[in-house]
Ligand binder design. Structure first.
Ligand SMILES: [Zn+2]
Length: 65
């Protein structure tokens, strides 16, 4: 009989909340060759990243009479 047991180990026992992403990711822009940092959670580099908060919504322009 097999006595193999799973010991449910945890990776990173320091309770750190640092989230590391896969290395070697490229910017989502087709023409951009910027390699993203492993700490960058976004799909775009700092140049092509999109603003997280839309400050001014220009799409809601009122039709002028
Ligand atoms: Zn880019």
């Amino acid at each position: 009989m097999s006595s193999v047991a799973f010991h449910g180990y945890r990776i990173g026992t320091n309770n750190r909340t640092v989230q590391v992403f896969s290395a070697g990711r490229r910017c989502a822009e087709p023409d951009c060759r910027t390699t993203l940092s492993i700490y960058n959670s976004q799909d775009h580099c700092s140049v092509h990243k999109r603003p997280s908060k839309p400050g001014r919504n220009r799409a809601t322009r009122m039709p002028e009479h």
